[in-house]
Design a protein around this ligand. Structure first.
Ligand SMILES: [Zn+2]
Length: 406
């Protein structure tokens, strides 16, 4: 299995200059060939292959105007082309966004695939005099496939090391009713579980977001091109990175607890693209909450621990269906916080009802009978709540687990 390890880099001033050259040249190559490909596609309706782009790059480097491209590692330039081809391929398969031009102030990166070496806290890559200092806070074991060096908008350098690790033999857990949990992702509450547990967004993230809002407003007031604007931009970037780290930490902890406590985890297959298209504020909230990242983490951790991760179809009426009798409401507004069934009289929190349905759809799709309608046993919920509390995550229990449902 491939796994990425990220370490902070501390390059010397001389190395920073060479790094900047690599970032700039890789960005140039990406933008140059993106432009060329777009024009070619508009005129001739054909896309350019990676191999052809590499040949054209070799010719380009021979021209006087572009000979500065020779100063950087040629495999890194070729990697830019490979990334570009992959981006196109994903776009044509409707798996990703259309590739866009890379801008100077965004995150910068380049990839090295050969002739690198890591010895203790030193990273050796071609075209650099001496090693780059690296803070190796954790170890890895396996064959290194590639190294991506990046600089964040606030100016920090990182190396992301892709390592091929041997899979440990994990025991695959069976899908069973008593150890399955359904998760409903929300905007008011981060996540609601089918056993009535609500996981809340951490207060420190909310505070950081408010700070960021203020800093961004401040930035928009600064005169374009002024020195103060530049300073403020770094401040905003630093805050954004800080929030991203806090969020990642939170999502890691929650996904960790859930994949430890439950054997089967069911979520809704939210078509992110569809959601992003709709309401602008909702789309931002979805992106900010990190739903996509969270699901990826659940999936990875579940597979590492031999647990099951199931996504239910996005056309299943999880919100509008009564989890007690199966009656489907024709309409349910976002403002309705409680689910009230007009057929059997069952009433529950809107999100808990949805999470119970998500769990049931998942069990049905896995071929597990769900006649009893039992909730997850109390002890598992207690364990989850305890583990979450230990990690400092706000969570509360909404309904008495196992209580008879009307
Ligand atoms: Zn009902």
């Amino acid at each position: 299995m491939l796994r990425a390890y990220r370490y902070r880099l501390y390059p010397s001033e001389d190395q920073k200059v060479v790094l900047a050259k690599h970032f700039g040249s890789c960005r140039f190559v990406w933008n140059y060939f993106l432009d060329l490909n777009n024009k070619r596609y508009a005129e001739e309706r054909r896309s350019t292959s990676f191999k052809q782009m590499c040949r054209e790059l070799t010719l380009l480097k021979k021209e006087d105007e572009y000979k500065w491209l020779k100063e950087v590692n040629s495999q890194s330039l070729q990697q830019s082309l490979l990334h570009l081809e992959t981006a196109y391929r994903r776009f044509f398969k409707k798996l990703g966004e259309e590739p866009v031009f890379k801008r100077k102030h965004k995150k910068k990166s380049f990839t090295v695939t050969q002739r690198f070496n890591i010895i203790d806290n030193r990273l050796f890559i071609p075209n650099f005099k001496g090693p780059i200092r690296m803070f190796r806070h954790r170890d890895f074991d396996g064959e290194v496939r590639s190294i991506t060096i990046s600089q964040s908008p606030s100016g920090e350098y990182h190396a992301s090391i892709l390592v091929c690790e041997q899979d440990p033999d994990v025991l695959q857990m069976p899908v069973a009713e008593e150890s399955a949990i359904g998760i409903d992702m929300g905007i008011r509450t981060f996540a609601t579980l089918s056993d009535g547990t609500q996981i809340h967004k951490p207060k420190h993230i909310i505070q950081s977001e408010m700070k960021l809002g203020k800093a961004q407003k401040n930035l928009s007031r600064k005169r374009k091109g002024s020195q103060n604007r530049g300073k403020q931009r770094v401040k905003v970037a630093r805050l954004q990175e800080h929030i991203a780290n806090q969020r990642k930490d939170f999502l890691n902890k929650v996904s960790d607890v859930l994949t430890r406590t439950y054997d089967t985890i069911a979520v809704e297959d939210l078509s992110l693209k569809e959601m992003m298209k709709g309401n602008h504020h909702r789309a931002k909230a979805v992106a900010d909450a990190g739903w996509y990242t969270f699901r990826m983490m659940l999936k990875t951790k579940a597979s590492q621990r031999g647990k099951n991760f199931t996504e239910i179809g996005r056309y299943e009426p999880s919100t509008r269906m009564c989890s007690a009798c199966g009656h489907v409401k024709s309409h349910m507004r976002l403002s309705e916080r409680r689910f009230v069934c007009e057929r059997c009289g069952y009433t529950d929190d809107r999100d808990v009802n949805a999470a119970i349905n998500i769990r049931r759809f998942a069990l049905i799709s896995e071929g597990v009978p769900t006649e009893s309608g039992e909730l997850t046993p109390v002890d598992r919920r207690t364990t989850a709540l305890e583990l979450l509390a230990r990690e400092g995550i706000r969570a509360s229990a909404l309904v008495e687990a196992g209580s008879p449902r009307v």
